[in-house]
Design a protein around this ligand. Structure first.
Ligand SMILES: [Zn+2]
Ligand SMILES: [Zn+2]
Length: 953
């Protein structure tokens, strides 16, 4: 019988079971809506007491759509993913349970460079290169790799219970998504927004491809600044004047491609050289001295060598002064034929040889130490070479402006808001987007070069002839598209674009624009900005369901962007492999369960605040789950016991939230009032992405109001003895079970596994839906709890009960202070104002039992004296206890305590006074030790005081 929960809470067993069940039963599949665009109602069971979900539909849509930022197909789950996915899952489950048609769409990215590298490494192991296989066989090999190893990260997601629609899982190189990529390329080309040009790109000599600025990581490195003397040519030409112009460079080998030297026109040092020429050392060609205000008077010697093919600034100089570009390096970073006698040398070998030869010629003026900002390939860490090459570009401006407008006009809202500024800073300075990559793995550019007329044919269908001259001698472009080109299209392509036709537009109508994008800061420009540009550009051409034109407001790919924070280690350090402080989410889940890890992340997640992940907290939430488990066991035990006596809780009473009123007990009204207040807070918090507030509010309610108070309360009121009032017992049991069931639903988005298990058990294995995730989220009724309106409590039940709980707490702590043995009941004297007095009288049984009070004596006047406890303005009270002390035994006990405390303090002092320990111990350990020492000192003082206060005989 499902009511027989195992004694111990074992997350692994529960989670494996439900994770598999959710996928097998396809619980989160969202069916295509009807042809008229109507969306079938959510399968959530109706909440009897609900009129409408509390959290309406802020974006005016009935569907809630969220796109998983597609992990690389080569990826493995890390803590950042776990946070990202926990946040998305909480939102999706919450919206789904609130009656929205909630679609969370999963997929993976083909990740051009990363995946190609993975397979290249595999080949290396076999002593092969990709060139040995040839393009076609290599690409087939990558597909094979993908079939075997791709998607491991999605399997991890399945185990973690992500409530995504696995039916709709995509891969960015799927046929339908490739169609969208091709259409987008052709359309942009036809619109004159794609061009091919020579441009300085970041070239990775190992990956042998251009990479984007965003894929270059910069590192400070100690290097040198070489000063080289360039001979000035005399007035007659040809002959050297004997004078030199000294330039400074960090990459001397690039001088082989120099075409000029630039100086500032106002530089007094060089005024006499205006119009003169130089003889380029080692190469022998004549190059001009040019004047440009871009040159800094203070850097180096004030004279700058100009190498347009190998530096972006020089490239711009070259354009301004109509200089040629001489590319001296090949794809692998070796000097090519243009480098004369240096041809064939690797760039670093060439550097050495250039410097050596210059020195021999007496042309090396000096070598200075210099800290360089060196760019590395983000994928393979090779030093990137700025290099001139022919690439494909998107003319970004018309797209970027639309994307700026969308955010300016608030069609897209950023949380935290500060990212809007970051977005504009980047978008205002955006350059044309280089979309070509010299890889084999990816979407091949749909352009064909003609051997006869040298023009380019771009087509939706592979052409057989040149569209310009009809020649059949055409060959396809070898470059592929940047990975971000396809992922930037995802919001439109996954819902059927470009084939959004009358018969085939249901998905697009139902799910576009998506509701919110949850992602990390690191891909704000890579991905978020590009989706906005592409979405606004292409969706604008898709008319609305009624045929009217689509406005910018409905063209955006998402209505909100939530940028989540970083997960750091417990000491707020960034997690990194080199530091060895990486927390593996899978490992930590194995130890504590998914629910506890999810709850840890949620309890600390709030906009703009990094998370210091602390295992101690996860341990705490594991204990929370355990506490709920035990509460369930207590409840079920009593339900079964009641059933034996013929008291049964009506199962139809579950799943709804009753409207309580004056006919109900204070207890029922109080716990429901607390519940509604909690549900309200959760709703508000989640709407504002305050996962932390939402989680902590539920935690406090479940642990405090439910487990600590209600369950203890019930232990008093559940009376199974003969002659007891069975109606009362039934009422208490029903309320408890109802609140428990509703609280499981409230908690479910945060702890989906535990709540699923217990929810099925509440219904004894016959729940009203296949999953708690398909049940309805608790609906808030604000009139059901105390509201401070105009300074008066609308209804005082929460306050009245609060007096009772406060009184219990006061009596318990007074008892402890006075050394009353735990089991011994004592009389209590109370003076209280009428409202508090009413509460005490109504709950005298509970208070007596929980605070171990033998009798209450109510006093007409306020109580005074050092032994009195009070709740100002409401009550004062004291316990009646004559302490009988065995002085000898007590003296002995206190002396032992004092000795123990002194020993502890001495040990702590030793450690804290040890510089070796302080240098090595983590900050939190030191802090903890200090705190412990302070606490022990307090205890020591108290024990000494108590010893002094003992009567002497
Ligand atoms: Zn590389
Ligand atoms: Zn042609």
């Amino acid at each position: 019988m499902p009511h027989d929960l195992p004694k111990a809470y074992d997350p692994t067993a529960i989670e494996d079971h439900w994770a598999e069940y959710w996928v097998r039963e396809n619980l989160f599949a969202v069916e295509a809506p009807g042809p008229n665009g109507a969306i079938p109602a959510s399968s959530a069971s109706a909440d009897a007491a609900s009129a409408s979900p509390a959290s309406g539909c802020p974006d005016g849509q009935s569907a809630f759509t969220i796109l998983l930022p597609p992990p690389n197909v080569t990826g493995r789950l890390h803590m950042g993913h776990m946070l990202n996915q926990t946040e998305m899952d909480i939102l999706t489950r919450w919206r789904r349970m609130s009656g929205r048609k909630a679609l969370w769409l999963p997929g993976t990215d083909h990740a051009g460079i990363a995946t190609q590298m993975m397979v290249e490494r595999q080949l290396e192991g076999e002593g092969k290169k990709r060139q040995d296989l040839g393009r076609e066989a290599f690409v087939e090999r990558v597909w094979e790799w993908k079939r075997h190893y791709g998607g491991a990260i999605l399997d991890q997601m399945k185990r973690l219970g992500a409530s995504v629609d696995w039916h709709r899982e995509y891969f960015t190189m799927d046929d339908n998504l490739s169609v969208a990529v091709r259409e987008a390329f052709v359309r942009l080309h036809d619109q004159g927004l794609i061009y091919r040009g020579a441009y300085i790109v970041n070239w990775c000599p190992r990956c042998q491809t251009a990479i984007s600025d965003l894929e270059v990581v910069h590192d400070e490195q100690k290097g040198h600044l070489w000063e080289i003397r360039y001979p000035v040519i005399g007035p007659a030409g040809g002959e050297l004047s004997g004078e030199f112009l000294t330039v400074a460079t960090t990459r001397p080998e690039t001088m082989l491609g120099d075409v000029a030297v630039a100086i500032h026109p106002a530089d007094e040092r060089y005024k006499h050289l205006h119009g003169k020429k130089l003889r380029l050392p080692l190469m022998g060609r004549e190059i001009p001295i040019i004047l440009d205000e871009w040159v800094s008077l203070d850097f180096g010697t004030g004279a700058v060598k100009v190498t347009p093919a190998h530096d972006p600034n020089d490239f711009a100089l070259g354009e301004r002064h109509h200089l040629p570009s001489i590319n001296i390096m090949d794809d692998t970073g070796k000097i090519n034929a243009a480098g004369g006698s240096f041809a064939g040398l690797d760039r670093y070998a060439a550097r050495k040889k250039v410097v050596a030869e210059l020195e021999e010629l007496g042309l090396l003026a000096g070598i200075k130490d210099h800290t360089n900002n060196v760019g590395h390939c983000d994928r393979c860490k090779t030093v990137v070479e700025p290099r001139l090459s022919t690439q494909w570009f998107i003319k970004i401006e018309p797209l970027a402006e639309k994307a700026r407008q969308a955010v300016r006009e608030k069609h897209i809202k950023f949380t935290p808001e500060m990212y809007e500024k970051t977005y504009f800073e980047w978008m205002d300075n955006i350059h044309d987007w280089c979309i070509s990559r010299q890889l084999w793995w990816g979407h091949r550019i749909p352009a064909w070069h003609c051997a006869d007329c040298h023009k380019i044919t771009v087509a939706r269908v592979d052409p057989t002839a040149c569209q310009h001259c009809g020649s059949a001698k055409i060959t396809q472009e070898t470059d592929v598209l940047d990975t971000w080109f396809s992922s930037g299209l995802l919001p439109v392509s996954v819902f059927g674009w470009p084939n959004v036709t009358a018969e085939n537009r249901n998905d697009f109508d139902a799910f576009y624009p998506t509701s919110v994008l949850v992602t990390g800061f690191d891909i704000l420009f890579f991905w978020v900005a590009r989706m906005i540009m592409m979405g606004c550009w292409f969706a604008a051409d898709v008319p609305m369901p009624d045929g009217s034109p689509r406005t910018l407001a409905d063209s955006v790919p998402f209505r909100e962007v939530y940028i989540h924070a970083l997960v750091r280690d417990a000491n707020r350090e960034k997690m990194s492999k080199t530091k060895g402080n990486v927390v593996d989410p899978i490992e930590i889940v194995r130890q504590y369960g998914t629910d506890a890890v999810r709850f840890t992340l949620a309890s600390m997640a709030s906009p703009g605040t990094d998370i210091a992940f602390n295992v101690a907290r996860t341990e705490g939430y594991r204990a929370f789950a355990n506490k709920i488990w035990n509460a369930a066991r207590f409840l079920f035990m009593n339900v079964d016991r009641a059933a034996e006596l013929g008291i049964t809780v009506d199962p139809t009473a579950l799943g709804s939230i009753p409207v309580v009123g004056s006919g109900d007990s204070d207890f029922a009204r109080w716990i429901w009032a607390e519940f509604h207040q909690t549900a309200r807070q959760v709703d508000v918090s989640l709407t504002n992405y305050r996962y932390d507030d939402a989680a902590n509010t539920i935690y406090q309610f479940f642990w405090g109001s439910f487990c600590d108070k209600s369950v203890e309360f019930a232990k008093v009121r559940l009376d199974f003895s003969e002659g007891a009032d069975r109606t009362k017992t039934k009422a208490v049991l029903t309320t408890l079970l109802q609140v428990f069931e509703a609280t499981l639903r409230l908690l479910s988005p945060f702890m989906p596994f535990l709540t699923e298990e217990l929810w099925h058990a509440v219904y004894d294995g016959n729940p009203p839906a296949k999953s708690i995730a398909l049940a309805s989220y608790p609906v808030v009724h604000t009139e059901q709890y105390d509201l401070v309106v105009g300074g008066a409590f609308a209804d005082g039940v929460q306050v009245r009960m609060k007096y009772s709980w406060d009184l219990i707490g006061d009596v318990l702590s007074k008892r402890k202070e006075s050394g009353v043995p735990e089991k011994e009941s004592v009389p209590v004297v109370i003076h209280a104002v009428p409202v508090a007095l009413g509460a005490f009288t109504a709950n005298v049984d509970v208070i007596s039992k929980m605070a171990h009070v033998s009798t209450f004596e109510f006093s007409d006047s306020d109580l005074e004296g050092p032994e009195v406890f009070r709740n100002f303005g409401f009550y004062s009270g004291k316990i009646v206890y004559e302490r009988t002390v065995d002085v000898a035994a007590e003296t002995d006990r206190l002396n032992k305590d004092i000795a123990r405390y002194e020993k502890g303090i001495a040990a702590a002092e030793r450690q804290l006074g040890n510089p070796g320990f302080l240098a090595k111990a983590p900050a939190n350990v030191v802090e903890g030790l200090k705190r412990q020492e302070a606490e022990t000192r307090l205890l020591l003082d108290k024990a000494r005081e108590a010893l002094a206060a003992l009567p002497t005989e």
